[in-house]
Design a protein around this ligand. Structure first.
Ligand code: KIV
Length: 273
């Protein structure tokens, strides 16, 4: 194989993401929380699978990401890891598992790595969590940052509106991104900020910037699986492109099944022993 040829069967690593950025190849990232979905997503060729704390919303039905526990994140991560062969699997450290102190943060990250066999963790915040990020990195655990709209801080922000529109917040985001790169994060998710700001960060930093609602000038995109597949019908922000209407497909299938059961049309003789 020539050095210019992209090998899609090769395991994705944190180093490979940096190589992708440097050769201008966009990085695809999507959430997964269970074995069956993770297998489909991995076999489809996704670069990064995020076991996101959005599981709190789309799997558990909570209004925010705050209630999900470390044990629950590990349960989801273990299920995903059993399915994935190629993608890099990143797991969110949930709210309350790393903000207290860096020792607790490291213990949480170690539990995720040891019990799920995932390959990296993601953490929300910049300068305020520096010590925790550094301590986790010092144990050889790759860390992905998360800046801009950080859903674990919803009670501080009060809304899920676009972040960093004002100069002071934009400056803090740039400073935080520089800091996360400097201390050794391998990538940063930037959520719901003006496209121009995200592009500026992606241009300046050497590590990949993965956007969600952050425009096309970044190094890759991430979406929540239930949103992009149209399972989650009640969430329609401007940044979301729906690639399917699985809610519709599932409703039709379930209604057809109900009809067949009620009419006695299922099962037939061929479907019986
Ligand atoms: O939990 C999650 O799904 C995330 C993405 C929105 C980036 O953090």
């Amino acid at each position: 194989m020539s050095t210019n040829t992209v090998d899609n069967s090769r395991k994705v690593t944190t180093h490979r993401l940096t190589e992708m950025k440097h050769r201008g190849e966009k990085i695809s990232m999507l959430t997964a929380y269970d074995f069956s979905s993770a297998r489909i997503i991995d076999e489809a060729g996704m670069d990064v699978i995020l076991v996101g704390d959005s599981a709190s919303n789309v799997m558990a039905g909570n209004v925010t990401t705050l209630p999900i526990t470390l044990d629950q994140m590990i349960y989801h991560a273990k299920s995903v890891m059993k399915a994935v062969k190629r993608a890099l699997v990143v797991v969110d450290l949930p709210f309350g598992s790393y903000q207290g102190n860096s020792k607790e943060a490291l213990a949480s990250a170690i539990r995720i790595m040891k019990e799920s066999h995932a390959e990296a963790v993601k953490m929300e915040g910049g300068a305020e969590i520096r010590e925790s990020v550094e301590r986790i990195l010092s144990a050889g655990i790759p860390v992905m940052g998360h800046l801009g709209l950080t859903p674990q801080s919803i009670n501080k922000f009060g809304t899920y509106n676009v972040r960093a529109k004002e100069e002071a917040e934009a400056k803090k985001l740039i400073d935080d991104a520089r800091l996360l790169e400097e201390i050794g994060c391998f990538a940063i998710v930037i959520e719901k900020v003006p496209a121009k700001l995200a592009a500026k960060v992606a241009e300046e930093l050497t590590i990949p910037i993965i956007g969600i609602g952050a425009g096309g000038g970044v190094d890759g995109q991430v979406l929540v699986m239930h949103d992009m597949l149209g399972i989650n019908k009640g969430f329609s922000p401007r940044f979301l492109r729906r690639y399917a209407n699985l809610a519709g497909v599932m409703t039709d299938a379930v209604q057809n099944y109900i009809r067949d059961v009620k009419s006695g049309g299922f099962p037939t003789a061929e479907e019986s022993y």
